[in-house]
Ligand binder design. Sequence first.
Ligand code: IMP
Length: 178
Amino acid sequence: MDSFVEEILLSHGEIVRICERLGKKITADYQDKRPVLIGLLKGCIPFLAELIKHIKCDIEIDFMQASSYEGTKSKGTVMVLKDIATPVKDRHLLLIEDIVDTGFTLEEVMHLLQDRGAASIEVVTLLDKPAGRKVIMNPKYIGHEIPNKFVVGFGLDYNEIYRNLDYIGVLKESVYKK
Ligand code: IMP
């Protein structure tokens, strides 16, 4: 195990099996709907890349970057740093997230996309941290529920590092409490 990690929560194999399960569900639910998968940068990248291998119906992909985090804490105010190019009026949208914690980011992004006239919006998240929730946010597709700990890997970062780990682990407190 890497020295900065306290515990491995999901191995690479487990993540792939989660993506298979979610991909099957999405395939069944979105046949003939040609959904737009909107990946929330940057954490969504490895998850989206694995997930789409298991979706067997027509989809489109776009990306948005919204930011509310600094270090290990959510600031509660969300800024859109990069917007999608796809018109979403009357389209079925799937927001692809690495993790839902407070729910602030998704709440803000969902309002924005609702205002643009999306036909439906659902959330697909690899991880859910329900104990961190500050707003009502119930993702339809959840990979794995985790305790209220700060995790890294498979897209998730601490100050922009560790996104390239192929597993998800709990970051040792000694790394960020100095
Ligand atoms: P929320 O707005 O608080 O739900 O935060 C969502 C975003 O915060 C995620 O897309 C991540 O970028 C980041 N985040 C939340 N919890 C963690 C964590 O445990 N590790 C790394 N990033 C996290």
